[in-house]
Design a protein around this ligand. Structure first.
Ligand code: SAH
Ligand code: SF4
Ligand code: F3S
Length: 475
């Protein structure tokens, strides 16, 4: 379950869909070479995927990676601005880097990602310890900026682009478990949800050439990966026009192309926007067994007035009709959500609507947050952040409580069922158990049996459950 405390997730683990926000770390130990970089990533899966692009660019430039910060000549921090807390975590981390800097003169520190984009040159003034600031669309410029910084010239490049998709760069899979791989299919966001900073930090939406996506998927498959997650802030609005044939590729088409890479590779995607997910996408999901029956479909609020203020462009009944359609086409499909409590002017009654939609839609899980005003957003400019902190927090705990109950009831229905599970690795608690997921993205823990390894599919019968996990046995 999520609350607004930092959560440590490693890129090599299967990251829950749309785990956007807080602390994530990724490291990699590389070959011995003269210059070493250390990179730490915060925020959403797209930021993680970007760190892999950055690692690839730096490797081409002669750097190797290290997971030991003290060993590095260059420390990079790929940052997130989604909530105030996320930015606080980064500032705190920069203080710690500064200590390393003091004992290692010549060490360079670079800030990448959304906070770099949001704060731009201010970073160099405010945070004296930072040498370079690079926004999400300017990573190709990193070698040059690093060179300049080595000569004592601090540098900033936060230009956003309408074209950059890094389509030609093969990501260096950082600390991967070799089972689950992530592919960015688009960048930016053209929606203007009033609470959200992403359109400002990531720029305009643009989709990547689908043939480069399929090539990347095939490469992952050939290297033994068994699960591919297609990433974008709003995958359903994926749209690419072939400049030669003028043919337009939709998300449903892309999904099919990737599903056809191999029937033994599972396909997932995140995030879907309720206004854009089409029947075509749902039918494509239903058609292919290897497309997981799981949709992350953030609602944000269950109340239509609040949804309007949030500029989500759908209301409660539109959302309900999407959910009905999903269950109609794929009765076994699981749906999860993102929820914000205490948005501007939200009343207690409106909050109750959010609680009731969790129950109505039967979300298997949700990422839940209290509203955090972000400078420059529509909401910050137009509305008063007038729900008291304590009320926001109380509403968040209500939402968490109800979601936990619904997750528990959902899991209860799985008792006695047998699922095909992709083994991801050891369970966190015991090396005697494996952890994997079913198609519905539920985590399943089960005792190891000789002969099975991560990347294998096994049938597991569910014998017990909590609100967060299923437990079972290989059958
Ligand atoms: N593109 C995705 C989500 C992107 S951000 C979508 O549209 O659904 C991930 C989640 O962070 C959002 O779904 C939202 O629930 C939360 N979030 C975004 N801005 C926030 C803010 N200002 N305060 C609190 N939560 C926020
Ligand atoms: Fe933010 Fe809305 Fe875009 Fe999601 S769809 S990234 S919430 S603006
Ligand atoms: Fe955070 Fe930027 Fe992702 S603000 S959630 S890292 S797009």
């Amino acid at each position: 379950m999520y609350n607004d405390n930092p959560t440590l997730i490693n890129v090599n683990k299967h990251i829950d869909e749309s785990k956007q926000g807080e602390v994530l770390e990724s490291f990699q130990s590389g070959l011995e070479s003269e210059k070493k970089f250390y990179i730490e990533s915060y925020g959403c899966q797209m930021n993680f995927a970007d760190s892999e692009i950055v690692a690839s660019i730096l490797t081409e430039d002669g750097y190797s990676s290290t997971r030991i910060m003290e060993e590095a000549d260059l420390i990079l921090i790929n940052t997130c601005s989604i909530r105030e807390k996320a930015e606080d975590n980064v500032r705190q981390r920069l203080r710690q880097f500064d200590k390393v800097k003091k004992i290692k003169p010549g060490l360079l520190v670079g800030v990448l990602g959304c906070m770099a984009e949001r704060l731009k040159g201010k970073f160099l003034d405010e945070e004296k310890l930072v040498d370079i600031v690079v926004g999400p669309d300017a990573y190709r410029d990193l070698p040059l900026l690093i060179n300049n910084a080595e000569d004592g010239q601090k540098g900033v490049n936060v230009l956003l682009s309408r074209e950059e998709t890094y389509a030609d760069i093969s990501p260096l899979r950082l600390d991967s478990n070799g089972v689950s791989g992530f592919i960015s299919i688009m960048r930016g966001c053209d929606n203007m949800c009033s609470f959200c900073v992403v359109p400002f930090t990531r720029g305009r939406e643009r989709s990547r050439n689908p043939f480069t996506i399929v090539a990347e998927a095939r490469d992952l498959f050939e290297r033994g990966y068994k699960e591919i997650t297609l990433l974008g802030q709003n995958v359903d609005s994926f749209k690419w026009e072939n400049p030669e044939t003028m043919e337009i590729y939709s998300f449903a088409m892309l999904l099919e192309m990737v599903a056809l890479v191999s029937p033994i590779v599972r396909i997932r995607f995140s995030t879907s926007h309720p206004k854009d997910i089409t029947d075509d996408v749902l039918f494509t999901m239903a058609k292919y067994d290897n497309i997981c029956k799981y949709i992350h479909l953030p609602i944000q609020s269950g109340n239509s007035r609040i949804l309007e203020l949030m500029n989500r462009t759908y209301d409660r009944s539109w959302y309900e009709s999407k959910v009905k359609r999903i269950y109609e086409i794929m009765p076994e499909c699981a749906i999860s959500s993102d929820i914000i409590t205490g948005f501007c002017t939200e009343t207690e009654e409106e909050h109750q609507d959010t609680l009731s939609i969790i129950e109505w839609a039967k979300f298997t899980m949700s990422y839940m947050f209290f509203y955090s005003e972000r400078p420059g957003t529509l909401a910050a400019r137009k509305y008063k952040d007038d729900v008291p902190y304590d009320v926001k927090k109380k509403r968040l705990s209500d939402v968490i409580r109800v979601q936990r109950q619904i997750s528990f009831e959902h899991n209860k229905l799985d008792l006695g069922k047998t699922f095909e599970i992709l083994i991801e690795g050891d369970s966190k608690k015991s090396s005697l158990d494996f952890k994997g997921r079913n198609s519905q993205n539920k985590a399943v823990i089960f005792p190891k049996i000789e002969g099975f390894k991560p990347g294998d599919y096994v049938n597991v019968k569910i014998t017990s459950y909590t609100s967060a996990t299923l437990k079972g046995e290989i059958v």
